[in-house]
Design a binder for this molecule. Structure first.
Ligand SMILES: Cc1cc2nc3c(=O)[nH]c(=O)nc-3n(C[C@H](O)[C@H](O)[C@H](O)COP(=O)(O)OP(=O)(O)OC[C@H]3O[C@@H](n4cnc5c(N)ncnc54)[C@H](O)[C@@H]3O)c2cc1C
Length: 402
């Protein structure tokens, strides 16, 4: 395996680094202190610049208008963009749209591609993914209560979902619902496209996260599907294949997330080091960075970020070369490894900043609030650890170890 960065990618990553530094980081104070919808005009301007630079939709397939980067390449882009919470949205490779584009590209009918995929890749519309339910454990997604019952030429959907990220302002949701309760458990559910203006699609509220309910793209909705009727042609992929498709969506999606989290690490680490060098903490002019404890945080963070990064690039390389199924343990391991590395690095950076770290005068507190969820979504850490350990133990069964 070869992690050397091609000349093409070096140029792209440098362009992105400069754009993030000069165009996006200056918008952060306003972003932290206003509603997302108020930011949209400014963000649209930046998106137009990204299109002109021909860096639009880096992870989306080339045949539907994206740059068609492979996973390792997209990982590098994602890391550069992750330094700011605005990066992925402005370059149009943000969750949950990125995963939805993948599914529509692989499984969408011709009509679905025209109606949903193309405008989504262009950035004309947004979408959301509605799987987790209020009363069922998201960690065991085969336990779904939402049903889609065939009636006439339609599916009639009933269920209570939440944590449907970015539903507010989305054009459509991809909904996981049970279409055949009598089938074997992994074949019971299907994915169905539901336009959000369908009667019976009821967005109850944006759920407050760490004290902030958010709006528009930056939100997580609770949704009641109440006799929500859509034509059967809105089925996405084969009936009963919802879980299989969701698995395909999640593998590469975890690489995107992990590389974004590594971008968060990089930003927090840069801030921590800069502050350690600048902050004078004694009358004789000694700086914070002269203290052994701070140096240990910096040394540990550097090593942990490096380890997490190499593991993630390796997992991306394995997916690209050997497929997501072969790489499933690698994918699980980076999920909890990187999420926890990010949490520790952001926490240490806040500690180095002292009281200032708790304010919204730096981006650190925003990261602390919003990235805590990394240990929960895309499979809680504990679920990944259970599966990794189970497979490892199975590989030792019957082996004599001396
Ligand atoms: C910010 C955010 C955004 C999200 N976006 C979306 C979205 O866009 N669409 C969507 O459908 N969902 C989304 N989710 C939901 C997310 O996927 C679920 O929260 C996650 O799958 C966990 O499910 P749960 O919350 O029901 O927790 P539960 O399943 O109730 O689990 C609670 C805890 O129990 C432990 N646990 C559970 N099972 C096991 C096990 N087998 N072994 C050991 N420990 C276990 C874990 O510690 C876990 O954290 C989002 C969540 C968050 C926080």
């Amino acid at each position: 395996m070869d992690f050397a960065i091609s000349e093409k990618m070096k140029v792209i990553v440098q362009m992105i680094d400069e754009f993030v530094e000069n165009e996006l980081i200056p918008l952060e104070p306003e972003f932290i202190n206003s509603d997302f919808s108020e930011m949209l005009p400014a963000l649209r301007e930046k998106q137009a610049m990204v299109k002109q630079m021909e860096l639009w939709a880096p992870g989306f397939p080339a045949d539907c208008g994206g740059m068609g980067l492979n996973l390792v390449e997209l990982g590098l882009v994602s890391e550069a963009l992750g330094r700011t919470p605005l990066g992925h949205f402005v370059f149009w490779c943000q969750a949950p749209d990125a995963g939805n584009v993948e599914i529509l590209h692989m499984y969408g009918s011709g009509e679905q591609k025209e109606q949903y995929l193309k405008p989504l890749v262009r950035g004309d519309i947004r979408s959301c993914f509605s799987m987790t339910e209020v009363d069922m454990p998201g960690s065991n997604p085969v336990m779904l209560e939402t049903t889609a019952v065939k009636e006439g030429g339609d599916y009639v959907i009933n269920g209570h979902k939440w944590y449907t990220t970015a539903a507010d302002g989305s054009e459509f949701a991809i909904v996981m619902a049970v279409t055949d309760p009598a089938a074997p458990v992994y074949l019971q559910a299907s994915m169905i496209i539901v336009p959000t203006d369908t009667p019976g699609f009821n967005l109850v509220r944006n759920i407050p996260i760490m004290g902030h309910e958010g709006d528009d793209y930056a939100s997580h909705a609770e949704i009641l599907y109440q006799s929500c009727r859509v034509p059967q042609k809105n089925l996405l992929g084969p009936e009963g294949q919802g879980f299989a498709i969701a698995q395909e969506r999640l593998g590469p999606g975890r690489i995107h997330h992990c590389m974004r989290w590594l971008g968060v690490c990089r930003r927090a680490f840069d801030l921590m080091c800069a502050r350690a060098n600048e902050r004078v903490i004694s009358p004789d002019g000694k700086r914070l960075g002269t203290r052994q404890m701070v140096r240990q945080w910096i040394a540990d963070s550097a090593a942990e970020i490096q380890a997490a990064r190499l593991m993630t690039l390796h997992a991306a390389w394995r997916i690209d070369n050997e497929g997501a199924k072969t790489a499933r343990d690698d994918i699980s391991m980076i999920k909890y490894m990187v999420a926890n590395t990010m949490q520790r690095v952001v926490d240490r950076a806040i500690q180095v900043y002292g009281g200032l770290g708790m304010t919204d005068d730096t981006i650190l507190a925003y990261f602390y609030r919003h990235e805590r969820a990394a240990r929960i979504y895309d499979g809680a850490d504990e679920v990944h650890k259970m599966s990794v350990a189970k497979r490892i133990l199975r590989s030792y069964e019957g082996k004599t170890v001396r």
